[in-house]
Design a protein around this ligand. Structure first.
Ligand code: NIG
Ligand code: FE
Length: 414
């Protein structure tokens, strides 16, 4: 198998030790006990045609297909296939890094202290504004490559480190150019030239009209030192009016009412939730808003983990993502996030797989095409170098990914 080779129209992945997919007959998002209903086929094959999955099944049924003509074959012996992973929360549009702040935090400084002192998000805003659109494209493409090699075949990417018109729009264009799903995080922080309300006046008047053409969703950081609930409501209502789906960063450090706002506005998701209490858990579980959990961010900042077990048990649509960014989660690996989900959030491997495939695709409005291995779905697969698919979460930070198939072609192979 050769990564990057031109795709033949048919690809047969054969002799897999296992094929594992979230429940195929249950719509999206998946909640409750169905989160654990991963379907496993032993000694399996997957036939891809024209970038879609055509047939899957046990090897003994392969002969029945009477395949003739030009079919590229991929040897799956000793490997397990899972759906291409879907990372529905990343911040890939940045230049520079924050390794100095990382070292300061290792010495005891807090993320909020660095933020309040003009570091944090705003230091990345300075570095990102100093580059041009070509630099941003190159950065996003580099980050996309890291994610692909970790098994991510669908990525959402947020703007939010420009906070001026040109850099925000160039960020959204860079995500689209990398094949990602762009989210306008126009309300990530208040840039130094404005106060929060005047900044929102500017962003909604000058950036939203074009951002709404480039992005699928809008996002806001509801937090002390960022935007309050009333400011977030104003921003999100305007974005919804322009046709964007809604997302929120909420309850990361403080419960300010972001959960209630997400439900009131019919948001697709609320993300973080490290500070969410019992009432928030109950309200979210009874709502249509997905709960996106970011355990790599909680780990990286040494913060409490979100109440994932309580959310899942109460019936919430739980989702896992990396939160890849230079400050709070310099981590592109969904397999590592799955390991954290099982060890820190007390989710089962089956729940973790469902949360970063079909449920993540639901947050992006793509659940009819991505996140499952089933006929008609996009042919996105991760081949794990393991005898059991649960090594996805078990092999902590391991060299686990043997190959990644994207839209029916080998996009990366070890
Ligand atoms: O999701 N919480 C706000 N935004 C990002 C962090 C961004 C940064 O530190 O640069 C997050 O954790
Ligand atoms: Fe984030």
């Amino acid at each position: 198998m050769t990564a990057g080779a031109p795709a033949r129209s048919r690809l047969l992945v054969r002799d897999l030790a296992q094929l594992a997919t979230p429940a195929t007959g249950s719509g999206a998002p998946i909640r409750g006990r169905t989160l654990r209903e991963v379907e496993v086929v032993e000694k399996a094959f997957v036939l891809c045609e024209g970038g879609r999955i055509a047939v899957t099944g046990p090897m003994h049924e392969l002969a029945r297909l009477a395949l003739d003509g030009d079919v590229e074959e991929l040897d799956g012996r000793g490997l397990c296939a899972i759906p291409g992973l879907v990372d529905c929360h990343t911040h890939p549009c940045f230049l520079g890094d924050r390794v100095e702040e990382f070292a300061l935090r290792a010495g005891g400084a807090s993320y909020e202290e660095l933020h309040a002192a003009g570091g944090g998000i705003l230091s990345t805003v300075r570095a990102t504004r100093a580059g041009g659109p070509d630099d941003l494209r190159a950065a996003v493409e580099r980050h996309r490559g890291w994610m692909l090699r970790a098994g991510t075949t669908t990525l959402e990417g947020k703007s939010g480190y420009g906070l001026d018109r040109d850099t925000e729009l160039a960020s959204l264009e860079a995500v689209a150019a990398a094949g990602g799903v762009p989210t306008w995080l126009g309300a990530h922080a208040v840039p130094p030239e404005f106060d929060a309300d005047t900044y929102l006046d500017f962003a909604l008047a000058e950036v939203l009209p074009r951002a709404a053409e480039l992005a699928r969703a809008a996002d806001v950081f509801v937090e002390q030192g960022a935007f309050d609930v009333d400011q977030a409501r104003r921003y999100l209502e305007a974005c919804r009016g322009a046709g964007l789906a809604l997302r929120l960063h909420g309850d990361q450090f403080t419960e300010l009412g972001a959960v209630e706002l997400a439900i009131e506005l019919g948001a697709r998701s609320i993300d973080h939730l490290e500070a969410t209490g019992e009432t928030g858990v109950r309200s979210l579980a009874a709502s249509e808003v997905a709960a996106v959990l970011l355990p790599a961010s909680a780990l990286f900042l040494d913060r409490p983990m979100p109440p994932a077990r309580a959310l899942a048990d109460a019936g919430a649509a739980i989702v896992l993502a990396t939160d890849f960014n230079p400050g709070s989660a310099f981590c592109e690996s969904l397999p590592l996030v799955c390991a954290l989900a099982c060890t820190q959030l007390h989710l089962a491997p089956e729940e973790a797989l469902t949360a970063c495939t079909v449920n993540a695709a639901h947050v992006l409005g793509l659940a009819d095409r991505r996140g499952r291995i089933a006929p008609g779905y996009d042919a996105d697969l991760v081949l794990l170098d393991a005898p059991d698919w649960r090594h996805l979460a078990y092999h902590l930070g391991g060299d686990l990914i043997a190959a990644v198939v994207q839209r029916g072609a080998v996009a990366w192979a070890r």
